[in-house]
Design a protein around this ligand. Structure first.
Ligand code: AMP
Length: 576
């Protein structure tokens, strides 16, 4: 369908708006806070802290305390249970989002409202405008690996679903995708199908049917794209066959998906042959995305943070296509847009949109004695380049001085708004005694050891970790799923390399004096991490928001059970 010119976004207008906002970020922040507090000052939550109509940053900080999700949970549950007084927001909340739950272990309820939809579209459009300057696209489609999760009603009758589902269901989402000339090539029945394996198969099939129109291949988090093409490697002949015959595989059993797909699928032996020959011509699937979708301009999705480990595989599948990393936000709200699309994903930063919330930053620098103690939060324009901070969010969706739990580093400024690099979740990942290793430390260790595997043309498909305290002393366990069958010698080297790569002084010291035992590398069967994904999806998590948990807590019995029942080999480090 051709878009009317007036419906299409004018990137230059959006860029100009953002330039104006970011030029005056300090003032915009004060105004945004004022607006949030004026709209919501009568709520039970803000009344409790006695703000009494004050809307300036100093009063806000001195009256309203920092809050975690645990502090807000009782309020959110009352909303979910149907109390419709102004609890957290002036306007009643009618929808609840479930955060992915893969970072925290269990899904959290957070408020969702129209303002969040508006912010989401604003972020999408802002980064699109900057992207489009560098990588312009014309009229076409996007192959989007997006999945709605099941929606349900809370006790009080509110609609509840994952944040991405709430967004995909909103009419504004489709409108914005059309305005950005990237409507999804799959019908809604596929996006919202009840069984994601079937949805994934049909996303691939729709992509192939519309292969010449596909301009962008995307997902929310890059994991979904890698997962999709790993699946393509397994199922490509079946997909080609469906196109040849014009008949959908019997593996698709959901009637609504079958009906929707039957409208798109017609026998097309010529297309089938072309795809078949492309696939046969590939070497180990290098460049498959570029070959299958020849008019693709770039690949788009969040590639930072816990998605970085998938970049090697994504680059392999992408061939020469650029990888453009998407924006920074969470179920709770958005923070920043990638306005430097040419940066490689490893260097991507997010320019904070100063009008979508009020942001504070807790400095995380250690003092001169090397001790980390908590400092007073500072404002958006007071941050220093090169420093790390925990980010605090106040927004139009009922969160006030909310600790999101993420650590960011200031890399620079876009006009007067900071450009943040995502570092990691703040909660410690691996710790036994005085050692402290975060998700980022684990990722660095895995990257170092994976290089040894790469020399053997093998790769780490996915990984996680845990602390094993059942031994005396306790030790770190790293789980790896790998492609191929490397020999024991290489894996022993990898195990030693992992142990040596945790350079935190507490860890190294404890290893030397043996108050932490040798690191253990456990190799799990192929497909183990798919089982973990299936497990989370079974609990209601959205595939679109899935992040492999990089550390499995001792009470996460189901995931531990999946891992331990699939271990095929284990190695202990001899590095110390
Ligand atoms: P969710 O629980 O699905 O709402 O996930 C939100 C979390 O995902 C954030 O708090 C971050 O930890 C992570 N996240 C979101 N966007 C990015 C990004 N662009 N880069 C790295 N991590 C991100």
């Amino acid at each position: 369908m051709l878009e009317r010119m007036e419906d299409i976004i004018d990137p230059e207008t959006i860029v100009a708006e953002f330039e104006a906002l970011s030029n005056d970020a300090g003032r915009v922040q004060r105004e945004t806070l004022k607006k949030i507090l004026e709209e919501n000052g009568e709520t039970e939550y803000l009344q409790r802290w006695g703000l009494n109509g004050r809307t300036d940053p100093d009063s806000f900080k001195s009256f309203v305390p920092l809050a975690t999700h645990t502090d807000l949970e009782p309020y959110i549950h009352r909303i979910a249970d149907g109390e419709n007084s102004s609890i957290l927001t002036g306007k009643p909340i009618t929808t609840i989002s479930l955060s992915s739950g893969t970072t925290q272990g269990k899904p959290k309820f957070v408020p969702f409202n129209d303002e969040l939809v508006e912010d989401t579209m604003k972020i999408y459009k802002t980064s699109y405008a900057f992207r489009n300057r560098e990588y312009p696209i014309g009229n076409g489609k996007a192959l989007q690996f997006i999945y709605g999760s099941k929606q349900f009603k809370t006790k009080g009758g509110l609609a509840a679903g994952t944040a991405t589902t709430n967004i995909y269901l909103n009419a504004e989402f489709k409108k914005t995708m059309r305005a950005m000339q990237t409507p999804c090539c799959s019908p809604d029945e596929v996006i919202f199908g009840p069984e994601f394996h079937q949805s994934l198969y049909c996303h691939l099939l729709c992509g192939l049917i519309f292969r010449d129109q596909v301009q962008v291949v995307s997902s929310t988090f890059a994991h979904s794209i890698v997962h999709a093409f790993r699946t393509f490697e397994q199922l490509w002949e079946q997909l080609v066959n469906d196109i040849r015959e014009g008949v959908l595989s019997s593996r698709i059993t959901v009637p609504s998906i079958r009906t929707a797909m039957s409208k798109l699928l017609k026998p097309d032996p010529e297309l089938a042959n072309r795809i078949y020959n492309k696939c046969l011509g590939l070497s180990n699937w290098y460049g498959v995305i570029q070959e299958l979708f020849p008019n693709t301009k770039y690949i788009y999705g969040i590639m930072t943070g816990s998605m970085e480990p998938y970049l090697i595989k994504l680059r392999h599948y992408a061939g020469g296509l650029p990888l453009l990393s998407a924006d920074y936000g969470s179920s709770e709200g958005w923070i920043g847009a990638n306005v430097n699309p040419k940066l490689p994903p490893e260097l991507v930063t997010f320019a904070v949109l100063p009008d979508i919330g009020y942001f504070e930053f807790i400095p995380l620098k250690e003092d001169v004695h090397g001790l980390e103690h908590e400092r007073q939060p500072i404002g958006l324009t007071e941050v220093t380049i090169g420093e790390e901070y925990e980010i605090i969010v106040t927004n139009f969706a009922g969160l006030y001085r909310y600790r999101l739990g993420d650590v960011v580093k200031v890399k620079g400024f876009h006009n007067s708004t900071p450009e943040l690099q995502f570092i990691c979740r703040r909660n410690l990942l691996l710790t036994i005694n005085i050692d402290k290793n975060t998700e980022k430390d684990l990722q660095i260790a895995v990257e170092a050891a994976a290089k040894l595997l790469a020399e053997e043309k093998q790769e780490v498909v996915d990984f996680t970790s845990r602390v094993d305290s059942s031994t005396e002393p306790g030790h770190y366990v790293i789980f790896w799923e790998i492609s191929g069958e490397p020999n024991d010698e290489i894996l022993k080297e990898c195990c030693n390399c992992l142990d040596k790569s945790f350079v935190d002084a507490g860890y190294v010291g404890s290893r030397k004096v043996k108050t932490i035992g040798p690191l253990e590398l456990r190799i799990v069967r192929r497909g183990t991490f798919h089982k973990i994904l299936d497990h989370f999806v079974g609990l209601g998590a959205a595939v679109s928001q899935f992040k492999t948990p990089r550390c499995v807590g001792h009470n996460n019995n189901n995931v531990l059970q999946i891992l331990s029942s699939n271990v095929v080999k284990s190695y202990f480090s001899t590095a110390f």
